[in-house]
Structure formats: structure tokens, C-alpha cells
Design a protein around this ligand. Structure first.
Ligand SMILES: NC(=O)c1ccc[n+]([C@@H]2O[C@H](COP(=O)([O-])OP(=O)(O)OC[C@H]3O[C@@H](n4cnc5c(N)ncnc54)[C@H](O)[C@@H]3O)[C@@H](O)[C@H]2O)c1
Ligand SMILES: [Zn+2]
Ligand SMILES: [Zn+2]
Length: 372
């Protein structure tokens, strides 16, 4: 079918997204065609445009945070049918590889190919200007229609509004899970969330759910700090120096049990100040993407070792998509999780470059592309 999509033809050059006609093939074996309701604008797509995540192939269709209605299923699909509502998971989980079986679905072996430019079967589903187009995370939600692997679709209750559910494809579980799972948070912890955008705001929500005593949100943007309080932060700071003095005072100098690092770009000089905020024996969770080619980081290794701290990476918040996406949707349905408040502004697909500009300028918690 013919539809349209937002593509990068020259990734890494800050040249922005080209919205143009694309040709979408029908779903193959164990794939589904989805009519999307909305796609979130996550910072990770921007890393491909800036070159922080360098790609040696093009074109790419962006977008990996979407939800919609199943329109057609390919051969071998029995667990979903047309009309089902699904959230797309940016990490697929096959359910039978070693990592999936061990309960580490965010590490599913299929995930290794999410930035390969090919569908899991090694072919391409999308074509533009006579060329094959690779999709971000096997998805490419910057298009009103997508053909995706069955393993990337998670069925949700039809009562959940799809434009809000879209955010449960990436930013919400990534931030929430960074607190709930990756940080190993305990009741009464003092927690610092560094960078309260689309991901970090959900780390705040996760900390609330886990019963943190103090939640300190750090962000240079005043509007984000104000929002963080609405989401449950107990204190805010505009930079590391202010955060350090607040946390010192709150903890009698012991510092925070959990620090969640969710700034837009993990530049190496930001890591040590985050470590300073972490108490002895505490956990520093690194969720942000760093420039892939960055090879040095400022880090006081002596203090780190001698104070028994843990640096914990967090892919997809260490969540298990097939379990946690419906769980988060249910928390929202019962009023225990804010999704509506995450959406600052909605956009037409044709205004996608404005949406990224607004993200870079710190205007949005989340910008969302709306489809018909
Ligand atoms: N690990 C994963 O699985 C995963 C998944 C999704 C996104 N990410 C990454 O998480 C990061 C955050 O994504 P997002 O969509 O929330 O981005 P965002 O742009 O919405 O939010 C980033 C926030 O960091 C703030 N910030 C920037 N510099 C700061 C600093 N020095 N100190 C404190 N705050 C600072 C910004 O003002 C902004 O509010 C990105 O690097 C993204 O690629 C990782
Ligand atoms: Zn994302
Ligand atoms: Zn798997």
C-alpha cells in the first residue's frame, strides 16, 4: 500500500526528517499490519539525526513509540486478530530465546538487529524513491501504517486511549522500569532523577510507586521541574551543585540510595557528578544514550570502588514488555499512573521537524504525532 513516512536520507548530519510517500509491503510470516493512532517523539530518534548514534546505512524511517489497531495479520499469526489494540515495543521479545526464557525479555536476541535496517528475516518492508528503507527498532512509527514483527506487538485493553498508550512503547516503561527494576529501589529510599523529560518523568512515577521517601528531580528547564512536582517529586534542583546540597541536607551527608540518569545525551563529564550524588553502597542507573563514539568518561574510580557503589545500565528499564506494558496500561486505567499529563503538545506528521526542535529546546515533556 502507499502511505507516507518521515525519513532520514543522511543520518548524522542534522538535516532533519523528510516526509514523503512510501510503499509498504503486506505483512509476511508472523508479521502484522497496524493502523497507528499516534507516535511519541523520543530523544533516541534524534540521536540518529545528530549522529550520536551513527548509522552506516540509509534511508531510515524513524519512530519507535506507537500504538494502534491491528488491520491485517500475516501467515502464522494466531495470537492477534484485526481490531485488536496493540502497543509496539521498541525491543521485541520472542519468548523462547535464552534471555526471554530467563525472564530478561528486554535482552531478547532479536533485539540485536533493531538498528540493522532490516526486518528480522533480513529483508525490508518499506520502499521510497525506488530504494529499500530500514525501520528504527523494526517499527518506523513515523508513518500512519506500519508492518511489524508479531514479537514487537503487545495487546492492551480497548478502553485505554491509543494516543496515550503510544507512550508505553518506550518512554514510560523505560523511565518507570529504571526506578522499579533497574535501581532495585526500596521503601523509604532517597532518589535523584537527573533529567526529567519523557523518560525521566516516568522514573519519578516509578519512584513514587516504590515508596521512595525523597524524590529529587534535576533539570535545567524550570517548566520540567514544575511538572516533576506534579508527578511526585518532593524536591527539585536546576543543576548538580544545587542537587548535591539538597541531597546532603536530606540525608545528613549520606547521599541518595538510587540515582537515575535520564538526561538527553550522556556526555562523559556528567557521570562523576551523578556518582557524587550516590551514597555508599548505592546504585547509579544509566538509562540515557551516550554518543556511541565517545570513549572517555570522567569517573572517580577510587571512590567508586571503595564505597561499594553500583553502576547499572538500563535498557528499556529492564522491563518485560509482554507483562509490563499491559500492567502500566492497567495502572493508568485505575488512576495510579499519569499518561495524559506527559503529552505537552501534539503535531501533524508534516510538522515533525518542529516537534524535534521543540524537544531540543526543552519545550515538551513529550511531543506526540497524531494520525487520523
Ligand atoms: N536505555 C533505554 O532503553 C532508552 C530508551 C529511551 C530513551 N533513552 C534515552 O534516554 C535519554 C532521555 O530521553 P528523553 O526522550 O527523555 O529525552 P528528553 O529530551 O525528553 O529529556 C531529557 C531531559 O534532560 C534534561 N537535561 C539535559 N541536560 C541535563 C543536565 N546536564 N542535567 C539535568 N538534566 C538535563 C533536559 O532538559 C530534558 O528535560 C535519551 O538519551 C534517550 O536516547 C534510553
Ligand atoms: Zn525511545
Ligand atoms: Zn527472545
Amino acid at each position: 500500500m502507499k502511505t507516507e513516512g518521515a525519513l532520514l536520507w543522511n543520518p548524522g548530519t542534522n538535516s532533519g526528517w523528510s516526509v514523503e510517500e512510501i510503499e509498504l509491503d503486506p505483512p509476511k510470516e508472523r508479521e502484522i499490519l497496524i493502523k497507528l493512532a499516534a507516535s511519541g517523539i523520543c530523544h533516541s530518534d534524534d540521536h540518529v539525526d545528530t549522529g550520536d548514534i551513527p548509522l552506516d546505512w540509509a534511508p531510515i524511517i524513524g519512530g519507535h513509540e506507537g500504538a494502534g489497531v491491528v488491520e491485517e495479520v500475516g501467515p502464522g499469526v494466531t495470537s492477534l486478530e484485526p481490531g485488536d489494540h496493540v502497543v509496539l515495543s521498541f525491543m521485541p521479545s520472542c519468548g523462547h530465546c535464552r534471555m526471554c526464557v530467563l525472564g530478561k525479555a528486554n535482552m531478547c536476541e532479536l533485539g540485536a538487529g533493531v538498528l540493522s535496517g532490516f526486518a528480522p528475516d533480513g529483508t525490508k518492508r518499506i520502499h521510497a524513491r525506488g530504494q529499500g528503507v530500514g525501520a528504527f527498532s523494526y517499527l518506523g512509527t513515523f508513518s500512519p501504517y506500519v508492518v511489524v514483527p508479531l514479537d514487537a506487538a503487545v495487546k492492551i485493553d480497548k478502553e485505554i486511549p491509543l494516543d496515550k498508550a503510544a507512550l508505553i512503547g518506550c518512554g514510560v516503561p523505560t523511565g518507570w522500569g529504571s526506578s522499579v527494576y533497574a535501581a532495585d529501589m526500596q521503601l523509604g529510599d532517597t532518589v535523584v532523577v537527573i533529567g526529567v523529560g519523557g523518560v525521566g518523568m516516568n522514573a519519578v512515577q516509578g519512584a513514587v510507586l516504590k515508596g521512595a521517601k525523597n524524590i529529587v528531580a534535576v533539570d535545567p528547564v524550570a517548566f520540567k521541574r514544575e511538572k516533576a512536582v506534579e508527578f511526585g517529586a518532593t524536591h527539585t534542583a536546576s543543576d548538580f551543585a544545587e542537587a548535591t546540597s539538597i541531597v546532603e541536607e536530606l540525608t545528613n551527608g549520606q547521599m541518595a540510595e538510587r540515582v537515575i540518569f535520564t538526561v538527553g545525551v550522556a556526555h562523559g563529564e556528567l557521570l562523576n557528578p551523578a556518582q557524587v550524588l550516590t551514597r555508599r553502597g548505592g546504585v547509579l542507573v544509566l538509562t540515557s544514550a551516550a554518543p556511541v563514539l565517545q570513549s572517555s568518561v570522567d569517573f572517580d574510580l577510587f571512590s567508586f570502588a571503595m564505597s561499594g557503589k553500583r553502576l547499572q545500565g538500563s535498557l528499556y528499564g529492564t522491563t518485560n514488555a509482554q507483562v509490563d506494558i499491559p500492567y502500566i496500561a492497567d495502572l493508568y486505567h485505575r488512576g495510579h499512573m499519569k499518561l495524559d499529563e506527559l503529552v505537552t503538545k501534539t503535531y501533524d506528521l508534516h510538522d515533525i521537524n518542529q516537534a524535534f526542535q521543540d524537544m531540543r529546546e526543552g519545550k515538551n515533556i513529550r511531543g506526540v504525532i497524531m494520525y487520523d
